[in-house]
Ligand binder design. Structure first.
Ligand code: HEM
Ligand code: HEM
Length: 187
């Protein structure tokens, strides 16, 4: 029987870049800068631009699990998630069913937060009281981030797989060293 041990799964560079960029922008605007400062606005626009780039990537050159089509959850995804969590099986590539829903919810909440931040500065937004919407969105975003980190920690523990490593670049060197050792043995 062929070995099932495959290369460890990592998200592609653009997914990683946009993820950490959006995370940094949210952390900066939620907890580090003063509301209304110029770089608060710029970080908000940067988050919108990074999510737009990720969406275009997901529709164009992205492959496999990073494609937007692959982020639409099916019943089979939820069944597989239940089985993997029950059996404590190692994490398989891509997102679980609930992870796929979470990706859309996170993108939407960040876009709504940044969008309402921009809108409250317009005349119409001012009249409609959009500054309240912006504050509600920031609470929703903090809730989503807490849920995101809790789900990551729970899944990583349950499946004995550190999911954060998949959002970091692959470490080069381990395999070439092994290959070198094998080559040395044969020479
Ligand atoms: C990821 C995007 C964003 C996040 C996480 C975020 C977060 C926040 C937070 C936590 C506050 C303080 C709310 C409070 O008073 O309790 C705030 C206020 C504010 N934000 Fe943002 N923001 C974002 C994007 C933007 C953008 C794009 C703009 C404008 C172009 C903007 C303009 C403002 C302004 C003017 C306030 C002050 C509102 C007030 O005091 O009534 N924000 N934002
Ligand atoms: C603070 C704001 C954050 C936001 C808004 C956020 C949002 C997201 C989004 C939208 C995705 C899907 C990525 C994609 O397919 O393009 C994702 C995945 C992921 N995030 Fe975050 N994230 C945040 C913080 C963090 C932090 C602090 C960590 C690490 C401790 C983290 C670890 C991960 C991991 C490991 C995945 C992939 C999960 C998997 O392989 O199934 N995120 N996040």
């Amino acid at each position: 029987m062929p070995s099932k041990k495959a290369e460890p799964f990592h998200w592609d560079s653009l997914v990683r870049l946009t993820h950490w960029g959006v995370a940094a922008a949210c952390i900066g605007n939620l907890w580090l800068n003063e509301a209304g400062e110029e770089w608060h606005e710029w970080l908000g626009y940067a988050a919108m631009a990074l999510i737009s780039l990720r969406l275009v990537w997901g529709l164009s050159f992205a492959r496999g699990h990073a494609r937007l089509r692959a982020l639409i959850p099916s019943r089979a995804d939820f069944r597989q998630q239940a089985v993997e969590l029950r059996e404590r099986a190692p994490a398989t590539p891509g997102h679980h069913g609930s992870g796929k829903l979470a990706v859309w919810a996170l993108w939407l909440t960040v876009l709504a937060t940044a969008g309402s931040g921009w809108f409250q500065n317009t005349e119409l937004g001012f009249e409609l009281g959009a500054d309240d919407w912006h504050v509600w969105c920031t609470w929703a975003l903090q809730g989503m981030i807490a849920l995101h980190l809790t789900a990551l920690a729970f899944t990583s523990w349950r499946q004995r797989s550190n999911l954060v490593v998949r959002m970091l670049p692959a470490v080069r060197g381990a395999r070439p060293k092994q290959a070198q050792a094998r080559q040395d043995q044969h020479s």
